[in-house]
Design a protein around this ligand. Sequence first.
Ligand code: SF4
Length: 380
Amino acid sequence: MKKTLGLYIHIPFCMSKCYYCDFLSKANQENYFTAYVHALENEIIGYQSLLEEYSINSIFIGGGTPTILPIEALQRILIKIQECFSIDSKVEITVESNPGTLSYRMLQGLKEVGVNRLSIGLQTFQNKLLQKIGRVHTSEQFLKNYETALKIGFENINMDLIFGLPEQKIEHWEEDLKKAIQLNPAHLSCYSLIVEEGTTFFDMQEKGELLLPTEEENLYMYQMCIQFLQQAEYNHYEISNFSKPGKQCIHNIKYWCCDEYIGFGLGAHSYFQGVRYHNVYSLEDYIRKSHDIEKIKKDKERISTKEAYEEFMFLGLRLIEGVSKEEFYQRFQISMEEIYGSVLQKLIKLNLLKEEKNNVKFTKRGLEVGNLVFEQFLLE
Ligand code: SF4
């Protein structure tokens, strides 16, 4: 039986830059679209013989804004992948989108080429807040596209929401959650805003111009999110992710379980056969060198055993079901206690972690202070 593998395809273009965004993406790059898609095809072909032993069970086209490309370009990328690799019959194919770039034609075209999961970045239903965070769409545009996607037959739709936005009140967030629940998407990702260096919000924060909710309000919004979504029968399966039964994101679970994946495109990260690397960050370099995949790979690093323990713990703990002691032993031939015995004892005593059915997982309190827990798993 072939081993399974996930593929990520990065589209580094957007209509404009949102004020909170530090992803690798730029606006006003239309002149590069054709050459970039061609380069992606080259890179995909370059991996063909390397991946003969693998069966692809998740494909995720992310960005940036993939749906800024013409539908024909997205179809070409997916067709090339289908030509070059062995694809599992139950493959999950996700395309991320911005409501400002969707249309009936785009959605129909995605469906035709086998896309079976749509991720729509709404962020909030409040048009005023959308403007304040630099989004190019309104909530009405989102609703229109959501309805169209349902009519076309997309059953597995993810909606992205953000809490902790500047000037966002508890009432706004409550309304967002209620409206989202009413629409009943298969999946919801609810992230807390993080102000990253290099973003417009970071500069505004430096100048004291960013009015953010307090830490207490943020925590309240997170608790409210979990409570509302669980009441609406969403399964809270990862710190920020909620799904209807059987609709967890197969692709993202690979990251949290330290499974293998290949990233295509500008700056895309890969984890393959024990080695992590990423592609070059210069668009010109990527386009020029994509015919030789070795020339675009950077910072190749074989993961040491110590790093593998650490990653297994702090990525796996993001999942609500936690990390399995048995799986730890199977992977590393050493017990979790031998490596992390005293850390586990301490965190369990502090009521941040608990043990259930041979799994180590977050308590309610641990979930709320996740980062403090993760750093405990870094080894000397
Ligand atoms: S659309 Fe997404 S990737 Fe593009 S700038 Fe906004 S948040 Fe970043």
